[in-house]
Design a protein around this ligand. Structure first.
Ligand code: SF4
Ligand code: SF4
Length: 466
């Protein structure tokens, strides 16, 4: 199969009388942006998903994407698995991931772009697992009103598992007509395989979740996108679609190129349309959902379980037996390292996510959050230390690779001058922080880190000159 945007099955070009018209254009698209870097996916996808044992202690971070939830429990309280323990202002909940007793509510170190602490609820596991009474399955979600589907998804704490943690219920109630649901199975970071193994082993669950999401959106069509270097996942999705006999859901194979899995980039690859600067896919009539998120929706309605677990890739030659583990939220990262055979060598670097957009971790004394898609224990050979920075030679490589069509070298020059007007004119705020410009820069200029810092400073100082 060619590694391009190419429909494999089904015919999402058909329309019904109620849905906005949409026709999927199967014209292969080769993005002129991004990078074909070395991938390390084979290290972790050789074995089936393993279920991690319940942790003795679960540390549940109350920060979910842009929102911080308010705790509903106090220290000493007994909680059951699936019981709501916190809720944010939008109604998205966080649930006990084990049965036990709350031992603390307070600040704890959490994974993040910088070493940081956030409010957490800590639960010590006690006794046998008991599920909370609110965990009830729904036999036929299509009989529920779309608003009720969204209410249940928020109440189940389901957020975008691709890493952004944006509340899924909000994305499924966009307030505008939606032409198609785009299912993101494109896992373009070079180490992460949690979505690939999910699609390989549980494609029917992703499809079931997609159907529920389509019902919530009122969308007649969906396309499940996988990368060209995921042959087993592609076959599994194809077979599951055939078995389901659902002509409203198609399969597309997109270029194995980073960052094809970015939301805007995926819309462009699948539809040929570009999300306008400052806009969202819904402005074009699309909603993008991660494959893992849709599987979580299917689990909710099939078994009643809220989001209390996720698949985590534990990889890198720094661990003895890399693989993918379905772990309860709050599981200590150290426990997952032990399940992956423990450290072979003292790892040079620990990363959460991938090397392109992930975060360096100070150590493994942290817990799985809903955003923890991957833990990399890398050796020196796998992640070389940064080269010394040299002056820009204006080679234009960063411009060629930028998926947001920016001028990274000009942005960097403006940043050095403190020229905020030029930074705004060059659309620094459109940078998706993908790291492609760093990757190709022969002068080893840490462009992305500087752009991220500048954006953060700008957000902290809204009155900065512009
Ligand atoms: S890739 Fe690096 S050296 Fe080349 S133009 Fe961009 S910033 Fe300058
Ligand atoms: S400028 Fe931003 S969007 Fe463009 S390549 Fe660099 S990090 Fe990616």
């Amino acid at each position: 199969m060619t590694a391009t945007g190419h429909v494999m099955s089904s015919s999402p070009g058909t329309t019904d009388s109620t849905a906005p018209r949409w026709r999927y254009d199967p014209q292969p698209r080769r993005p002129d942006w991004g990078i074909h870097g070395t991938t390390f996916k084979n290290i972790s996808k050789q074995t089936p998903i393993r279920i991690a044992p319940l942790p003795a202690q679960a540390t549940l971070c109350l920060q979910q994407g842009p929102f911080t939830a308010t705790p509903l429990v106090v220290p000493g309280e007994r909680v059951l698995t699936g019981q709501p323990i916190a809720v944010d202002t939008g109604g998205t909940r966080i649930h006990a991931s084990v049965t036990g007793r709350v031992s603390a509510v307070g600040l704890r170190p959490v994974p993040g772009p910088q070493p940081t602490r956030a409010p957490c609820v800590v639960i010590q596991r006690e006794g046998d697992e008991e599920w909370h009474e609110s965990c009830e399955p729904v036999a036929d979600p299509s009989r529920l009103a779309p608003a009720e589907v969204c209410r249940r998804i928020a109440a189940a704490g389901i957020v975008g598992l691709g890493g952004a943690l944006y509340p899924t219920a909000r994305k499924l109630a966009p307030g505008v007509p939606i032409r198609a649901l785009l299912v993101n199975g494109v896992e373009c970071e070079p180490w992460i395989t949690c979505d690939e193994v999910l699609l390989r082993e549980r494609a029917a669950s992703v499809i079931a979740g997609a159907r529920i999401a389509m019902h919530a959106l009122g969308a007649a069509h969906a396309v499940i996108a996988v990368e060209g270097d995921m042959p087993e996942a592609r076959v599994a999705v194809h077979d599951a679609l055939q078995a389901a006999g659902d002509s409203g859901i198609g399969l597309a194979v997109v270029t194995a190129k980073y960052p094809a899995g970015g939301e805007r980039q995926l819309v462009q690859l699948l539809t040929g349309e570009e999300v306008p600067a400052g806009g969202l896919p819904r402005d074009l009539g699309y909603v993008v959902q991660n494959a893992g998120t849709l599987a979580a929706i299917a689990t909710l309605f099939r078994s009643g379980e809220p989001l209390v677990a996720r698949i985590v890739t534990v990889t890198g030659n720094g661990v003895a037996a890399p693989g993918n583990f379905e772990a309860r939220i709050g599981t200590p990262l150290r426990q997952l390292v032990d399940l992956a055979g423990g450290y072979r060598y003292p790892p040079t670097r620990l990363l959460m996510g991938g090397p392109m957009m992930g975060w360096a971790l100070p150590d493994d004394d942290l817990a799985v959050t809903k955003a923890t898609n991957c833990l990399v224990a890398a050796t020196a050979a796998e992640l070389a230390p940064p080269r010394p920075e040299m002056p820009c030679i204006r080679c234009g490589e960063c411009v060629q690779t930028c998926p947001a069509r920016l001028l990274p070298h000009e942005l960097h020059a403006a940043l050095r001058r403190g020229d905020y007007a030029t930074l705004a004119a060059l659309a620094l705020d459109a940078c998706i922080e993908c790291g492609c410009c760093d990757y190709v820069c022969p002068s080893a200029i840490p462009l992305t880190a500087r752009f991220v810092a500048a954006r953060r400073q700008d957000a902290a100082e809204p009155d900065a000159p512009s």
